[in-house]
Every structure is written in C-alpha cells, then in structure tokens.
Design a protein around this ligand. Structure first.
Ligand code: ZN
Length: 254
C-alpha cells in the first residue's frame, strides 16, 4: 500500500479512480423522471446542521448528511466538528443521515478489509446512539474510490456517492454517483444554474455536496447566502428537491 500523499500514491489513486469510473456499475435510468436535485453535506459540521439545515427548512426541502463519527465531539480522535444533538435535530426534522467511514480514511490509503472495518465501526458507533436507524446511503471520503470497493459496498448500501462532477442521467451509476462541489472556492451561481438546466434537459438527478456553512467557510464549504441562493434557484426552477434516499425511491431502486 503506497502512501496516498506521495507521488506514486497519488498516481495509484488516480488510476484506481479512473478504473472505478468505468467498472462494476449499477445503472438505473433517470430518463423517465422529471429532474431531481439533492443537497448533501459530508462529515456533518455543526454549521451545516445549523445554518445549512435551517436554509433547507426555509425553502421547504430536506437534505442528506453523511456522518463520520470520528468527527463527533468527545469521540476518540476528537475532531469535534459536531455534537450528537445536531444529528438528533436533523433526524427529527426529517433529514437523512448517510454513512461515511468512521475515520474519514482514503480508499487508496488502506486495504479493502480495513476500509470495510472502518465503515462497520462508523455504523456501530452511530447505532449506539440511534439504534434502529439505517444508514442506507454512503459517500466515499475525498471521493476516493476503487473498483474493489464498489464491488464490496454495492450490496451494503442503496447508493454510493463520489465527488466527480456532472449529472446522474439519463443513466446513473448507483455505485459511484456524481456530485458537484457546492464550495465558494470553486462554484458560482452561473454554474449552478447551468447544472440545473442540464439536469432538466437530461431528465437527470443532480447532486450537490458541501461541508461547513459559515460566513467565512473553509475551501470545502460555502456561506449561508451562497447555499440559500443555490437552493432557492433550484426550487424556483421547478426541480424536485429531496434526500438521496427519497430520490432512490422515485427512481424505483429497491
Ligand atoms: Zn468527508
């Protein structure tokens, strides 16, 4: 296993992602459907569960929040990005909680076996607090994916989301859903508008992903104003906005 931060490790990671894009697909058609848009949030930051969720509520829509339990305040490693009450409130308000890995590890930095153990640990920690809640959908930390992981994770989750941009349609690969980074650092409203128009043209499913939602966001996050503008634009476009899990129901995924 190469160090994922070394030149050789990065090349290996790139190779795996390119291969994974083409292999072991689980295709579903979205062409028969009016366009759907899902807003997703990775890791769960208190600001996403607070300002982010409140913007979704103002617009009358729900989002999907992929939890990495090592980011919970007080958890070993203690990244302290969120409190358990943040998640409790999200669930109570009808948002979906999805699964990340526990330690936010890279696919190319560890063995498939360790990766699977880390997911199991995440699910176990989550279920200690929220017994009976099914983390039905998964997102790959860093969008880092290998074909071997697609094979292993496909039977475990209804969908697996990456961070490669684009529209999921007219056929979507449920083992590697495309998602567009809603970061102030790399996205603007003109591009959001283009993506919505593209989803409408294709009859596709458009996913957005972000992290923190703050006045001074990280380069992986956005400001509340930016998120609000994107959600409002989407709602005004007539696209249906729903969680990943609900979107899968619409697409007839078992
Ligand atoms: Zn993440």
């Amino acid at each position: 296993m190469k160090n994922p931060h070394s030149m050789a490790g990065k090349a290996q990671g790139y190779f795996h992602r390119v291969m994974a894009k083409h292999l072991h697909k689980r295709l579903v058609s979205s062409a028969e459907q009016p366009p759907i848009v899902s807003f997703t949030f990775d890791d769960i930051h208190t600001s996403a569960a607070g300002a982010g969720a409140s913007i979704l509520a103002q617009c009358g829509v729900k989002g999907t929040f992929y939890v990495a339990m090592s980011c919970l305040a007080g958890e070993e490693g203690n990244k302290g990005l969120f409190e358990i009450d943040d998640v409790r409130r999200l669930i109570g308000d009808g948002h979906e909680i999805g699964c990340h890995t526990w330690g936010h590890i890279r696919a190319c930095g560890t063995s498939v076996d360790n990766y699977l153990k880390d997911i199991a640990k995440n699910a176990e920690r989550f279920s200690d607090v929220f017994p009976g809640y099914r983390l039905a959908n998964f997102s790959y930390p860093f969008g880092d994916v290998t074909t071997a992981l697609k094979v292993q994770l496909a039977p475990l989750f209804r969908s697996l989301r990456g961070i490669r941009p684009g529209i999921n349609g007219p056929r979507a690969d449920l083992n590697l859903l495309l998602s567009n980074n809603l970061y102030n650092s790399c996205m603007d409203m003109e591009r959001v508008s283009q993506l919505i128009a593209e989803a409408q043209r294709l009859g596709g499913w458009l996913l957005f992903c972000t992290h923190d939602v703050m006045a001074d966001p990280s380069r992986f996050g956005c400001t509340p104003d930016f998120l609000k503008a994107a959600v409002e634009l989407t709602v005004e476009s007539g696209c249906r906005v729903m969680t990943v899990d609900k979107a899968l129901n619409e697409l007839g995924v078992p």
